[in-house]
Design a protein around this ligand. Sequence first.
Ligand code: SF4
Length: 697
Amino acid sequence: ADHEPVRTTCPYCGTGCGVLGGPAPMTPGDPEHPTNFGRVCAKGSALGETLGLENRLLHPMVGGRRASWDEALDLTARRFAEAVEKHGPDSVAFYVSGQLLTEDYYVANKLMKGFIGSGNIDTNSRLCMASSVAGHRRAFGEDLVPCSYEDLDEADLVVLVGSNAAWCHPILFRRLTDARARRGTKIVAIDPRRTATAADADLFLPVQPGTDVLLFNGLLAHLARVGRIDRDFVSEHTNGFEDALAKAQSDAPEFYAIAEECGVPFDDLVAFYDLFAATERTVTVYSQGVNQSSRGTDKVNAIINCHLATGRIGHAGMGPFSFTGQPNAMGGREVGGLANQLAAHMTLENPADLDRVQRFWKTQKLATASGLKAVDMFDALADGRIKALWVMGTNPAASMPNGNQVRKALANCDFLVVSDCVPGTDTARHADVLFPAAGWGEKDGTVTNSERRISRQRAFMPLPGETRPDWRIVCDVAQRMGFGEAFGFRNAASIFREHAALSAFENHGERVFDIGGLADLTDHEFEALKPVQWPVPAGQRAGTARLFCDRRFPTPDGRARFIAVGQQAPANATGQGHPVVLNTGRLRDQWHTMTRTGEVARLMAQAPEPVLELNPADAISLGIADGGFAEVSSAWGRAVARVRVTTDQTKGQAFLPMHWTDDVTAHGSPGRVANPACDAVSGQPELKHTPARLAPF
Ligand code: SF4
């Protein structure tokens, strides 16, 4: 029994595979987890090799020297309280992470919005899926993912838009190719690059960056033309169809014009439209290629419009399906980790929600307005409006666009606190206080994956050194700021119960996010909790696989909303000085800034260094050799990387992986180059489209 493996969840992508933790070497997936049934990808299989303590931060640091917990906590509480006292609550901010567990997220949000009284808590999920959140809220009235992974197994057509699932959600892609082998599922990939996913698709549309709305408006117009609109569903359960269709029709008059502007062969465009029109069981997956755009929210709604028009939602094997990037981006969305959400899918704009949360938290200081979204938050740090910032479990110096300004702002910040597992990140090196956080395998709580499935992350190793779980560090600071009563949590289970109770508090079905059925879990039941998909309303313990089966949406009149969206070019156009589109993204075997995956030699073998990918025609005209080095520069900064010349890249576009920071190679960080233009609705930055110039280096 001593060697019984512990059932936990992989800390990498939003697929959320169950894995077995235990004595190293530990590799296998959890055969009982309904997401992956025992399978894991290369990253998951190497988890056992990432548990060493060589690189770990094991004790608090203040001003670059080792300090006691009391000193670090006292100083943090005092400096935050002083800033609030002198400059008001909006002079402080938290920047948190989709790597945090739901319980960590919950207390951080409760402290900032509930007791400090500012909306200034945002998360690196803003960089990942904020446009999907905004699109869901516009269409459904709430941030809801209708589908379940089972729908991938049961679809006849799966359209992947801006999703390199073969690399970024490998186990989901394997589920999809299994379904193809079993039932002949057709896979369509829509992406500016010929990715591994595109190469394995039955049909690949190499769209020009930023033309997705036009492509899907053309599809909506086509569906109307060929009589594929579900008139009953549209008239009984939706609003706004005629406006959305009129906009789509005026946007996308003829196939040939759409094909030309989208950069897609005419025959392939027609084949896609016909396939979509003819296939009832269609799932459309969208990911960062859609979200990381100055028009990301419109793209999401252009996709959802096509599903609403055909009534393909709330049935097996169909629906619009956002794949989240991070392991717990969804959990963060649930607790209100985004600056424009309150908690439990309630909003800061709704007085009834504010009143409800204020009474539930028993606070007089609740924030009453949205806080600063990520890019705005770092702008406010740069110009001195933010006096104290606490970064938890993320490295914005490397990952934010306009990275040079972000680095300068972090360096000049009056008071910077960083909680992390490792001491040397580009952000941590500017910290006044560094808190040693517990890592994967050491901490307990829950995460939610892309299909709304809440799974336990369980500790299977002792806390090393003086590390503490993130939730506890936040509570320790909250207590020192005088909010002890509201933060007297004993363990992750007690936080989860409060979070679940808040989701059900005065919720008579208005909000779909309701896990009231889990609010009375005992510690023992929490320990044993099996993966479950929300909602789980009071009186239930079983979850809900699929939403909207009853054709009701959480809008005031119960109807879903079409959004009339028009094609618009990306915010910053390419031009004379910067003629190339720089795109950024993930590689198969790395995770974020490589603090964990970078430790594993066999994962590093896939790509030992950052490589800029470039079309042969561009390489020739720029005089850049395959295997040589190139400098990529934009109006915001520059990076240098080795070059791979490949026809997978379209002419006029270049791709740089997001993982390398300046710690690993001298100038490999794409954040320094990326433009900070954001989607006006979601605040998500346009990391997929930066006008750039290339030159041999
Ligand atoms: Fe982990 Fe994602 Fe791989 Fe599953 S697919 S093992 S969650 S990285």
